[in-house]
Design a protein around this ligand. Structure first.
Ligand SMILES: CC(C)(COP(=O)(O)OP(=O)(O)OC[C@H]1O[C@@H](n2cnc3c(N)ncnc32)[C@H](O)[C@@H]1OP(=O)(O)O)[C@@H](O)C(=O)NCCC(=O)NCCS
Length: 455
């Protein structure tokens, strides 16, 4: 009988208890063990060649090459259950480090591991050792090399990489946002689709990041011509420069993140773009790049034939970012003036947000609620009560509809059946009021976070 760690912890816990506790120091947290790196040039790999990585020999570096003056810090995944199961752990190693290195522009992938001790089946009896590299490459639908020398030898081609598709936006940011030695960093957004030669294979490499950062992420079928892709790059200077005010003359591209959008059909001859996947890699997060990419996407689709832009299943952090951007945009619209906001939600608000920025009506309503809270004087009891009531009415609307539906069926069903329906569908008043108050508190806390960012 062979037993994997997963079955050991679930079905064979008691039988193998002793064996398991003897090996508990060999269970690694997979989120901590995986190390990502965006590699700009061979110098980034010096440490790796020095380490005792048995699968590799030292590469023949070409030191005369122009090299990026920027190093991208390594980073960790946010989740890894799609690879290593719900427990997110890897059995069989001490001091395990799984290296997932991507060349920064072409996204060629190196996958390797180092460890100080590895158990063997002879040592563990029947307990199987995990094979983390296999688990990863099985889910990667693209070529991965386990040979660091081979990976390194291709790095000289990174400088000549030109992104796929057309450039849609260039912008710069001040970095750090509030530090003393502020520098400008330059970025460029490209739009591509599956008709561009080579892009399908590139997309296969980009999407390997998804399962590490997006809950329940899955790969998409990009054969469908209705997919649009926006890919964001940083332009990394190739020469040290003291003049950070102007764009670097010599630079190489470094992948920052990307977004996939599906153009749904909307009657009669319009489109309804839907943001499906949106990712900014950790070394580039919280410096305004997601906001910039989203704003550029809004501008790109701000044409007559677009009905509105929707987002498929937004993550909590994406929703925060989107709320801040949408409120910033809408707070200058005439229908979102404090007077109009205090009169309640209106069709005109939805219309104006859609016409000006293609914001969907559902999101426009959220923007209204946030901006109205911003203009409410919470020290004024009446004003504040009236706001809370408006939100609770919206929250309670589905329940009210359910009651109306039940009343409608009353004459059509036997009395006993109707009583059973009432019993299962009607929530006691006290419980409902309590639940509404809790829901309101959560919403208000979210909204106040956004308001704080609006200044
Ligand atoms: C969500 C995500 C796209 C945000 O990108 P980003 O470039 O970091 O966002 P920005 O820097 O433009 O953030 C703007 C604001 O949004 C809010 N925000 C963004 N990420 C946040 C986070 N992780 N936690 C809390 N607030 C966050 C903040 O208020 C932030 O402003 P601040 O940094 O001044 O506080 C990025 O974190 C990401 O790709 N995450 C993993 C994948 C994911 O969740 N994708 C969305 C699936 S739909």
């Amino acid at each position: 009988m062979t037993i994997s760690l997963a079955t050991l912890t679930i079905t064979d816990k008691h039988h193998n208890h002793l064996a398991f506790s003897a090996f508990e120091n060999y269970v690694a947290d997979s989120n901590e063990s995986v190390k990502f790196k965006l590699v700009t040039c061979s110098d980034d790999l010096e440490e790796d060649f020095q380490e005792n990585d048995t699968s590799n020999t030292k590469a023949n570096h070409n030191h005369s090459d122009k090299k990026s003056v920027t190093r991208i810090e390594s980073f960790k995944p946010e989740m890894s259950y799609q690879f290593f199961g719900q427990n997110e752990n890897i059995f069989g190693y001490k001091n395990l480090c799984i290296k997932l290195y991507y060349s920064c522009a072409r996204l060629n992938i190196y996958l390797g591991k180092t460890y100080s001790i590895m158990l063997t089946k002879e040592k563990t009896g029947d307990i199987e050792i995990d094979e983390p590299l296999k688990k990863i490459s099985n889910l990667y639908e693209t070529k991965v090399t386990n040979n660091l020398t081979e990976f390194c030898s291709n790095l000289s081609k990174e400088k000549s990489f030109v992104p796929y598709g057309e450039s849609v936006q260039e912008f710069s940011i001040d970095y750090p946002k509030d530090g003393e030695q502020v520098q400008k960093r330059y970025f460029q957004l490209f739009k591509a689709d599956n008709s561009i030669p080579g892009f399908t294979a590139y997309h296969e490499r980009m999407q390997t990041f998804l399962m590490w950062y997006i809950e329940a992420a899955s790969y998409i079928d990009i054969d469908d011509e209705r997919w649009d892709f926006f890919v964001l790059y940083e332009k990394l200077p190739l020469n040290p420069t003291t003049n950070t005010e102007s764009m670097p003359i010599e630079f190489q591209y470094c992948f920052v993140g990307y977004c996939t959008i599906y153009r749904y059909y909307s009657y009669p001859c319009n489109i309804r773009p839907c943001i499906s996947q949106f990712l900014i890699l950790p070394p580039f997060q919280r410096i305004g790049l997601g906001t910039n990419m989203l704003k550029s996407i809004y501008s790109h689709y701000n044409v007559k034939s677009t009905t509105d832009i929707r987002v498929e299943d937004p993550s909590e952090n994406f929703q925060k970012m989107r709320d801040i951007l949408d409120c910033t945009l809408c707070q200058n619209l005439s229908n979102f003036s404090p007077e109009k906001l205090s009169s309640g939600w209106s069709k005109e608000m939805a219309q104006e947000a859609q016409e000006k920025y293609k914001i969907s009506s559902r999101q426009a309503r959220r923007v209204y609620e946030i901006l109205r809270l911003k203009s409410v004087n919470r020290k004024n009891a009446n004003e504040y009560r009236s706001y809370r009531l408006a939100i609770k009415q919206r929250l309670n609307a589905p329940y009210q509809k359910q009651i109306k539906d039940l009343e409608r069926v009353k004459p059509k069903v036997p009395k006993s059946e109707y009583s059973a329906l009432m019993e299962t569908n009607i929530i006691p008043r006290e419980t409902r009021i309590h639940a509404l108050a809790n829901q309101y508190d959560l919403i208000e806390a979210d909204y106040l976070n956004v308001i704080e960012k609006l200044g």
